[in-house]
Every structure is written in structure tokens, then in C-alpha cells.
Design a binder for this molecule. Structure first.
Ligand code: PLP
Length: 426
């Protein structure tokens, strides 16, 4: 099955002419193929194209040929995605013990795994230290002196990286800006002393900063500033400690709007190298969204079309904020396409809403869409990152199924059952 741009088809902006275009638009997915998947596996359904995941990995490796590229797992933790990114030579950046376990379950070895601890619960540290005892190449990144202390208490003396709060944030929404937020990393002014103090008890291999999500062409100055500070810090500690890498985080933006230009990745890479300056350590980056966002779509079925004089048409679908949280949580924009509508249906302005009893359970408002009818299948674009991952069972709504294209479709995660919702009850 080919859900990509068909042969001979050319997107208006010429993006499809390249073998590995910088973005895959929702319009480039094959409507008939997606409708067939919806019919076979039912909706709501996530579809993940592993071929596109691989293309995104390759584009990153080409833009950053000397850097260590690590996939930030929290964007999508499916085993098939882990396997694909590992095959493309990416490491795996984990935000919890659970992600570390899933990385190992997908075949990763310690040398491929970075665990970045954010206020880690005891159980997480216990588990990761246990993993490290079996596989001492694993790297632990700490963002507080407390975490250093707690690792020492557990007998960990392995590869340690210090996460620094660069004091500069990038991001499209306050909730995804982490750099300026004191929760993440040791304060920049203390970073040097934390590195130097840790040197005696640990193998300090790196310094790290992640300034948040949403690096875009307009936003490169904040990214430059973060990287410049990391370069300065690396040079300040270089004489005293032998750094292996300087990790400047992820956050490479993707165009959620169909008319938004793709990120100029080579330009970001050049700005990164320039801002880092001369350091005696390897550059590392850890993109999540960029790897998986445009490799995924969410399919949903229209069950209600409500027209009224006071409001625009409300289109009710079987996917909501429990399936894809980003619009409700971040006011995120996702392109939506009516796969079932032929040329004969005029575009009409609609609100698309889910089945959850919450006002915020709305995917879009005032959106022109080929007039939907009950039973139509809608596709929601750029759903591969932070989509399935943030799904919940609120309103006792089971989590959706997920199919991967490899290139043939196969069920990667079956739909959660209603029985699973009460399984934990005593
Ligand atoms: C979330 C996260 C990333 C990835 O962010 P993206 O915007 O998905 O690229 C990278 N590093 C850390 C530490 C993160 O928490």
C-alpha cells in the first residue's frame, strides 16, 4: 500500500518532487488507502508510516552529519517506531524508567539509551540503576543536585550528563517552553560547579539543554542563544573534565498548517554549529516531534452533523481530546481533511468536536471543510507526535487502535477494550 504521494502527482509547492521532501502534507496521503484502513480497522485509528519516519531520520542525519542524533521517545513510544529509528542509527532519549524499559524491550543496548531524569520518583532511579548495572554504557542525565545525590546513594558511578537550564526558551505555547522554566535543569550559574563536583564520583560525559519545542525559521535567535551558552559552558569545563558530547536538545518545529513552510533544517544545523563554536566534544541533538509528526494521521468517523441558525455547522466525530489532546491542551492547530467527500461537496465552515463532555473537546472551529455527512471519514494531519502518546481513558473512553505501514499495514496496537477500563479495580 502506498499512502504517500502517487507517481506523477505534484504538490503545488513542488515538495513532492524531492525523494525526501522536508514535510509530508496531509493532502499528500492517499484518500482511498486511508479510507480502506478505516474500514478494516475501524475508527478512531492512528496510522503511522514507518517509511516516513525513516525519511525524517535520514534528513536529520544528513543535516547533522557529525552529530549524535537521539530520538526523544516521548513523542511516540511504539515499538515499531523505536525499531525504525534504531535502524537509521539514532539513539533513544528517554524521559522515564518506563521509556527506558520500552527502549530495551525494542532491542536497544545501553550505549543507545540516555535517560533524562526530571524530578525522578525513587522507583525510576532504582530501575534505571539496575539497568545500568547490567549495561554500564547507559547514560543518566541529571537536572538537580538532589538527583546527583540520589544516584550516589544508589551506588551509581557511571556515565553522567548534567542538564542545564539555559535561561532562554523557545516554543509556540507557554506550556511547551521549558528552557526558562526553573523545573528543568540546574541553573546556568551553578552548572559549572555541578559538573566539577560530579567529576570525582561519576564519569561526566556530557552537558545538556533542551529549551522547549517549536524551533522555527523565525525563532532561530533563541536557539542560537541556548547553543552559544552551552558552547561557553563546554569551554569553561573542558580543561577539568573530558566531555564526550554537548547535547543542545530537540524542539525542531514542524509545519502544522498546510501553508506553513517546512523548517529549513540545514539552516538550523548551520546556526547550531556556528553558535556552538569550537568545542572538544561531539554535538548531540534529540528531536522527537520532527521524527514522527508528519508520519502519522488520525482517522475518525463523522457521527453527527448539527446545523443551526446561531452557530456554524458542528461536526461530531468519534475521536476527541482523549484521542488527540493537543488542540485542547495547547490550542494546537491540526489540518483536517474529509476523505469521503468528492468534488461535488462545497467547503463549509465547521466546528469539529469529539464525544467528550468538556467544552475544550473541539478539534477546530471556523474551519472550511468539504461539507461533511454522517459516515464520512476525516483525517487529522501531523498526528504522529504526542498523539497516541497523550491519549487517555477520560470519560471511560478506551484508547484507539494504531496501524503501522511497513510498507504493508499491520496492527501495531489493538484498540483498548471496555473491559480493560475496569481491570485495575479491586
Ligand atoms: C520533549 C523533549 C525533547 C523533544 O522535543 P521535540 O519538540 O519533540 O523535538 C527532547 N529533549 C528533551 C529533554 C525533552 O524533554
Amino acid at each position: 500500500m502506498s499512502t504517500g504521494t502517487g507517481e506523477g502527482e505534484t504538490a503545488p509547492d513542488g515538495e513532492s518532487e524531492s525523494e525526501n521532501p522536508p514535510v509530508r502534507r496531509l493532502s499528500a496521503w492517499d484518500a482511498a488507502d486511508l479510507e480502506e484502513l478505516a474500514a478494516t480497522y475501524e475508527t478512531p485509528l492512528y496510522v503511522m508510516d514507518l517509511g516516513r519516519v525513516r525519511e525524517n531520520c535520514r534528513r536529520l542525519r544528513e543535516a547533522f552529519p557529525d552529530a549524535d542524533v537521539r530520538y526523544a521517545a516521548k513523542a511516540h513510544t511504539g515499538r515499531a517506531v523505536f525499531e525504525a529509528v534504531r535502524q537509521e542509527g539514532l539513539g533513544i532519549e528517554c524521559a522515564s524508567a518506563g521509556e527506558v524499559e520500552r527502549a530495551f524491550a525494542a532491542g536497544a543496548s545501553g550505549s543507545e539509551v540516555q535517560y533524562t531524569a526530571v524530578n525522578p520518583p525513587d522507583g525510576d532511579l532504582d530501575l534505571v540503576v539496575q539497568r545500568w548495572e547490567d549495561d554500564p554504557d547507559l547514560t543518566v542525565t541529571v537536572g538537580a543536585r538532589d538527583t546527583v545525590e540520589r544516584l550516589r546513594e544508589r551506588g551509581f558511578d557511571g556515565r553522567l550528563c548534567v542538564r542545564v537550564n539555559p535561561g532562554v526558551g523557545a516554543g509556540h505555547h507557554a506550556k511547551v517552553t521549558t528552557g526558562g522554566h526553573a523545573k528543568f535543569g540546574v541553573p546556568y550559574s551553578e552548572a559549572e560547579s555541578v559538573v566539577l563536583d560530579a567529576r570525582d564520583d561519576f564519569d561526566v560525559v556530557g552537558i545538556h539543554a533542551h529549551a522547549g519545542s517549536g524551533i522555527s525559521g523565525d525563532d532561530l535567535s533563541a536557539h542560537r542563544e541556548v547553543v552559544r551558552r552551552m558552547g561557553d559552558l563546554a569551554r569553561a569545563v573542558e580543561e577539568e573534565t573530558d566531555l564526550e558530547f554537548v547535547d543542545v536538545g530537540g524542539g525542531f518545529g514542524v509545519p502544522y498548517r498546510e501553508d506553513e513552510p517546512a523548517l529549513d533544517l540545514p539552516a538550523v544545523a548551520e546556526a547550531t554549529r556556528e553558535a556552538l563554536g569550537d568545542v572538544d566534544a561531539q554535538l548531540a541533538v534529540e528531536p522527537g516531534r520532527y521524527v514522527v509528526a508528519d508520519a502519522g494521521v488520525l482517522l475518525a468517523t463523522v457521527n453527527t452533523v448539527k446545523e443551526s441558525e446561531e452557530y456554524e455547522t458542528v461536526v461530531g466525530i468519534d475521536a476527541g481530546m482523549t484521542t488527540l489532546l493537543r488542540p485542547a491542551m495547547y490550542d494546537a492547530y491540526h489540518a483536517i481533511r474529509n476523505l469521503s467527500a468528492g468534488e461535488d461537496r462545497n467547503a463549509t465552515s465547521v466546528t469539529v468536536a469529539g464525544p467528550i463532555c468538556e467544552t475544550s473537546d473541539v478539534l477546530c472551529e471556523h474551519r472550511p471543510l468539504a461539507a461533511p455527512a454522517r459516515g464520512d471519514v476525516l483525517a487529522v494531519g501531523n498526528a504522529g507526535a504526542y498523539g497516541y502518546e497523550m491519549a487517555s481513558t477520560y470519560n471511560s473512553r478506551p484508547r484507539p487502535a494504531e496501524v503501522v505501514l511497513d510498507p504493508e499495514p499491520r496492527l501495531a496496537r489493538r484498540r483498548e477494550s471496555l473491559a480493560a477500563l475496569t481491570e485495575l479495580e479491586q
